[in-house]
Structures are given as C-alpha cells and as structure tokens.
Design a protein around this ligand. Structure first.
Ligand code: SAH
Length: 257
C-alpha cells in the first residue's frame, strides 16, 4: 500500500519509519512511503512556501502553488488520479480518527496522498480544489500535520498481517470487534510481586477459561469506568452476555472525590 506524504519536515517521518514494530511494515514493503517536500517545488531564490495572510492577522499561510506543483509531480509519479489515490489533509476541522476510520482508510487499495499543514494552515483555494477528505487527531491544535500522519500510518500498519509479531496481538486490543468494541484488559509481567503488589491470582492459575473470564470482566470494568459509552454501545449491539451483565452489576460505583 503506497502513501505519498507532502511535508515540509520529511526528517520527522524518516525517524518514525525507522523505529519500533511498525518499521517492519516499511522495511518489508507492506507500506511504501514516498516523502515529498513542497519546498522543492517552490519558485524563486528563496523557495518560498508560505506568505502572510490576506486580511492581516498573525502567522503565515502555506502557498497553494508549490503544493499544486508537488501534487502534480506525485500524480505523475503514481500515474494515478484522485479517484485511485485520494488526497487526505490533516486538519482540526476534519473527522476525528478512531478505530473504524483507521480500518476504512487501511482498506484503500491504492493508498493515498497525505498532506501535512504547517503555520496557520493552507491557502483555502488549494483545499477546495484538491482535498478529498480531512482528518483530525482530536479537538486540539498541533503545529503540523506530521504527527497526525504518523498516527494514521502507525495505526494502519498495526492492522496489517505480519507487522505485529503475534498475529493475534491486535485482535485483543481496545476497540477491536473481537473485544466487542470494549477496552483492552490490564497487563502484568514479571516479577510476580513488585514492591509488595502481587499479580492477580487468576493470571497464575494456568486455567485458560478462568483467565479468559477474568480478562473479560476486567475489560468490562475498565470500559465501564473510563468509557461507559462503549459499554452502552456493546449492550445496544447485543454483545454483552448474561455473565457480562452479572459482572457489571458486581462493580463498585466510583465515588466522586
Ligand atoms: N489555524 C488552524 C491550525 C493550524 S495548525 C486552526 O486554528 O484550525 C497547522 C497544521 O497542523 C494544520 O494545517 C494541520 O495540518 C495540522 N493540525 C493541527 N492540529 C491538528 C489536528 N487536531 N488534527 C489534524 N491536524 C492538525
């Protein structure tokens, strides 16, 4: 799957692609990433990529022309138009990323072109003419689209077979349908007692069914505590068993401080 990333800071993406488990996705060619710097498509001695906003105000705005030149070079290199490889722009006004949307983006067979903004953003005329979808990382403002691009690529890479060493790893993660959309259960490793705090007994029982039941109950408890909306959604989708409902009833309500 090919992604072309338009960024003024390609070195940020390079460091990201060379580290951690998702490096396998890039090294193995499952994810092909091409980095494009609009500065190389900017004219003049100074290769200007930004200018002051019409109407005044603080900050700078990314120029449409170098972006257009850069996008044209990408389209020529891919020999694909926007239907085969849409242009996704990271922006606070986009739809916030979540598991479902990551899954949908991971199914784009032709991949996509990702546009990382900087400064106050991008000349609106370029967005109107060429952007196919806008993606937000959440209701806060970052100084560039590179972190959202990394977040999207990282989350897509984790879903690709062969990237996580254990193919079951992502199946038991938060938000996955096999978890009925609930949060992941808590994890423990050695030592068995750490600073006087022992690992829950159920995990040492060696009884697989018992461990599964304990993990499910914990997953429910964490979801109920931190994301009660996920429990409501699972109930509405009839994904809670009578045992789940019984486990939920046993939870002690959290007292407000
Ligand atoms: N003036 C804009 C923010 C610009 S921040 C506003 O107030 O909405 C500069 C760039 O960072 C943006 O063009 C965008 O590409 C990226 N960015 C900032 N916050 C983001 C977020 N929450 N999600 C996705 N991209 C974001």
């Amino acid at each position: 799957m090919r992604f072309d990333i338009i960024t003024l800071f390609p070195e940020l993406l390079r460091a990201f692609m060379a580290s951690g488990v998702i490096r396998r996705a890039f090294d193995g060619g499952l994810l092909q990433v091409h980095l494009w710097n609009p500065r190389e498509y900017a004219g003049g001695n100074y290769r200007r990529v930004d200018d002051r906003p019409f109407g005044g105000g603080p900050g700078m705005v990314m120029l449409a022309e170098p972006l257009w030149q850069c996008l044209s070079a990408i389209r020529a290199h891919r020999q694909q138009d926007r239907k085969q490889a849409p242009l996704l722009y990271f922006s606070p006004l986009g739809e916030a990323l979540n598991h479902e949307r990551v899954k949908a983006w991971s199914q784009l067979t032709g991949g996509a072109v990702l546009l990382c903004g900087r400064y106050e953003g991008i000349d609106q005329r370029f967005i109107d003419a060429h952007v196919d979808a806008q993606i937000s990382l959440g209701d806060f403002v970052l100084s560039g689209g590179e972190i959202p691009a990394m977040a999207l690529l990282d989350a897509i890479a984790r879903l690709m077979p062969g990237v996580l060493q254990d193919p079951d790893s992502h199946v038991s993660e938060s938000f996955n349908p096999s978890m009925n959309g609930l949060l992941d259960f808590p994890h423990y490793t050695r030592p068995e007692v750490w600073q006087g705090d022992p690992v829950p007994k159920a995990l040492l029982s060696g009884n697989h069914a018992h461990i599964q039941a304990w993990r499910r109950a914990q997953s429910l408890a964490l979801s109920q505590r931190y994301r009660p909306d996920l429990v409501v959604a699972a109930r509405t989708a009839q994904q809670l068993s009578p045992q789940d409902e019984a486990d939920l009833l046993k939870l002690v309500p959290i007292q407000p401080n």
